[in-house]
Design a protein around this ligand. Structure first.
Ligand code: ARG
Ligand code: GLU
Length: 702
């Protein structure tokens, strides 16, 4: 009996390991400082360099040529004079900020013809990783099991502060400590931050954002998603705030560019800053994403986007006003849909349940692990409604622009600040869109929000008005801020402006509804902290249970390496997706009357001339984008794609639609990242932009 039980456990365990932790293929986002543990596998797959080439504190290594670009992208150095590449969509804000009707860089592109023409970008910074170290012992020094969570957290915070102080003492570096595996390990990241970063070049949006939101997350893809910046430093080569006296930064390392390209099967690695993954969450968390959160968020955004699209198609001014809003609403909307499809197709929830059963069996005689799953499940049960209410608020009520704008201006905000925000808001505000959105989203909000988070007084007011749509219409009619005219009538008189805002019914509705869901937000936060505590134990248990499995910590916007190879894939029965696209495909998609597919005349001419010079592939064509099996997520945008010799062959900018569940489960047969071929980038700089002088700083190899 006992034997049998054990055999059954082992069997289950085996099933779980095989099913849930499949042959690793190319899954994993690895720590650069520990890449030595992967180097054998990397070399077996074709890599030719060493762990020291990837990360070293003793001499220049690849990590010295990579930056966190702004708050959530990656960039790579391509010259000894501070030149860097990232994506067009990563530099989009800067390109937009420099654009005006006279200098429409978004539409026409921007090519600095000399260093004097490079454009400074206040607020933009890039950071290099100086070094990273395991500081678990120092951070957890003195921490005991007997401490309360609060005591422990405060000791960890104090320990961390002193570790950071020691690590940065006498330097101009900054540092942060981040937990890995939910706090089983801690690493310190020492960084050097540069703030004088200038815009050097960007292609027209019809190239940099070619295909717009239709092609976003899709393959075949033909987007030239790149932009070029330059880092400046003081004369001592150290970070300095913007000054005309600053000089181009001389990096320890920059990437050589391979002009021979890559072909199917070739090794590739990506080195960058992936933002967030949830590799180890339990089935309950995935269930919530698949069956509750994603459907809600997708549906609410579908409604909003339908209205945006209809109104944008009707009117040119509205099209421009809502371009960026539409793009950002649509980006996640589309990603979630792909993620849900992927999770459903893979049966992730069922696989996780099996893994959990195996864990329970394994933990049965281990007191420290035995209770953890039931407890996690209980907490997820409590979290569900609270997290759902928060989603309702963020995606429903907060999607009504007038409410968010007025309601988020805190009482007592100086008038100058109110005016500043109002300028930004009304420049891109369409009352027509917002009234339609409000009627729809407010009705949905009231309908879907768990009843206990809607106040009785609001419910009565809605009933009195004859329903949610009628109620919100009344609120907007009574608001002084529902149109730019209403605001302009007030803006000259500071007293009247402040008073009107303080009494505005739209602002009041925002604050009232927010207050009613606040308990859900607080409860969700508390539960998520407790859940993280339990994950710490659970993941530790998983690692003990499967000592031979190569675990990697979830992405946390720190520098990581992933590797794989160039590969096509089979998205559906009878369909094969080739791993690269070409200029021919751009011309095939050319549709002058459709904004996102209107190929710039200059590119049409280049295509007609067929004069591609050294930027053509062996096959004589210009390769535009390619697919690889590198494990990536948001934040990897702009990351260098490197070949087996560590040479730059592409810039990452997206994943395919059916890959987006790789934040939760990676499927080697389906998951592909999308990169722009570096030769297309150089072709554009050289031939379209006429900025070939920039190539003189770079190093090329056949
Ligand atoms: N999907 C990519 C990312 O997640 C690119 C988004 C920018 N492009 C666009 N058409 N909206 O950031
Ligand atoms: N476009 C994403 C970014 O901005 C990368 C796509 C992904 O999520 O993999 O980081």
């Amino acid at each position: 009996m006992k034997m049998m039980k054990k055999a059954k456990w082992c069997g289950l365990l085996l099933v779980a390991l095989v099913v849930v932790l499949p042959s690793r293929a190319d899954e994993g986002m690895w720590l650069p400082s520990l890449i030595g543990e992967r180097i054998k596998d990397m070399r077996q797959k074709g890599f030719r360099l060493t762990a020291e080439d990837i990360y070293s504190v003793n001499h220049a290594s690849m990590k010295d040529a990579i930056v966190l670009f702004g708050g959530g992208c990656t960039g790579e150095l391509v010259s000894g004079e501070g030149l860097l590449f990232t994506n067009h969509h990563c530099g989009y804000r800067q390109i937009q900020q420099h654009s005006s009707v006279e200098h429409d860089y978004l539409t026409n592109g921007f090519w600095a013809m000399s260093r004097a023409e490079e454009l400074p970008n206040p607020g933009l910074s890039v950071s290099f990783l100086v070094r990273m170290d395991d500081v678990t012992e120092a951070v957890l020094k003195g921490v005991t099991d007997k401490m309360t969570v609060a005591e422990r957290d405060s000791l960890i915070a104090r320990n961390s502060a002193s570790v950071i102080e020691k690590a940065t003492e006498g330097t101009h570096y900054t540092a942060a400590i981040k937990p890995l595996y939910f706090g089983n390990q801690y690493f310190i990241y020492v960084t050097e931050v540069f703030t004088d970063v200038r815009l050097v070049a960007a292609p027209p949006s019809a190239i940099g954002k070619f295909g717009g939101d239709t092609d976003n997350w899709m393959w075949p893809r033909h987007t030239g998603d790149f932009s070029v910046f330059r880092i400046y430093a003081g004369k001592d080569n150290k970070p300095a705030s913007y000054s005309r006296e600053n000089v181009p930064y001389r990096p320890k390392k920059y990437f050589t560019i391979a002009t021979s390209g890559v072909k199917e099967g070739d090794f590739t690695m990506i080195y960058g800053f992936p933002g967030r993954t949830q590799r180890y969450v339990i089935s309950d968390a995935v269930d919530f994403i698949l069956n509750r959160s994603n459907p809600l968020k997708i549906d609410l955004r579908t409604r909003r986007l339908r209205i945006f699209n209809e109104e944008q198609a009707r009117d040119t001014r509205t099209r421009i006003q809502y371009a960026a809003k539409n793009a950002s609403v649509a980006n996640a909307w589309k990603k979630w849909q792909g993620e849900s499809k992927g999770i459903a197709r893979l049966g992730t929830i069922e696989k996780k349940r099996q893994q959990e059963a195996a864990f329970e069996a394994w933990a049965a005689d281990k007191p420290q692990y035995r209770g953890v799953l039931p407890q996690l499940k209980k907490l997820y049960g409590e979290l569900d409604e609270n997290a759902y209410a928060v989603d309702c608020f963020n995606e429903g009520l907060a999607g009504i622009e007038l409410l968010s704008f007025t309601g988020r201006i805190a009482p007592g905000t100086p008038v100058a600040e109110i005016r500043k925000r109002a300028e930004v808001f009304y420049k891109d505000y369409s009352p027509v869109i917002d009234r339609r959105v409000a009627a729809d989203l407010f009705s949905e909000y009231v309908k879907r929000l768990p009843a206990r988070f809607l106040s009785d007084s609001l419910r009565r007011a809605i009933d009195a008005a004859g329903g949610a749509a009628a109620y919100i219409e009344e609120v907007m009619n009574r608001s002084s801020f529902a149109s730019v005219e209403g605001y302009e009538a007030l803006k000259g008189d500071s007293v009247a402006l402040t008073k009107a805002l303080a009494e505005d019914p739209a602002a009041a509705l925002y604050r009232q509804t927010r207050k009613s869901v606040l308990p859900a937000g607080k409860e969700a936060k508390r539960l998520n902290l407790e859940i993280a505590e339990l994950y710490k134990v659970y993941v530790q248990g998983l690692r003990e249970m499967s000592p031979d499995y190569a675990f990697y910590p979830d992405a946390n916007l720190t520098l990581r390496v992933a590797y794989g190879h160039v590969a096509g894939y089979r998205p559906q029965d009878a369909v094969w997706h080739e791993p690269y696209t070409t200029l021919e495909g751009i011309i095939e998609k050319d549709t002058p009357e459709v904004y996102d597919y209107n190929v710039p005349q200059g590119l049409r001419d280049l295509y007609a001339s067929k004069d591609y010079g050294r930027w053509a592939d062996r096959d004589g064509r210009i390769h535009v984008a390619f697919l690889a099996t590198n494990h990536t997520t948001g934040g990897n945008s702009g990351s260098p794609i490197l070949d087996r010799r560590g040479r730059l062959v592409g810039i990452n900018f997206d994943r395919t639609w059916l890959s987006t569940m790789s934040d939760i489960e990676f499927d080697p047969s389906m998951c592909r990242n999308i990169a722009v071929d570096i030769r297309y980038v150089l072709f554009l700089i050289d031939r379209l932009g006429g900025a070939g002088y920039l190539l003189d700083e770079m190093t090329f190899e056949k």
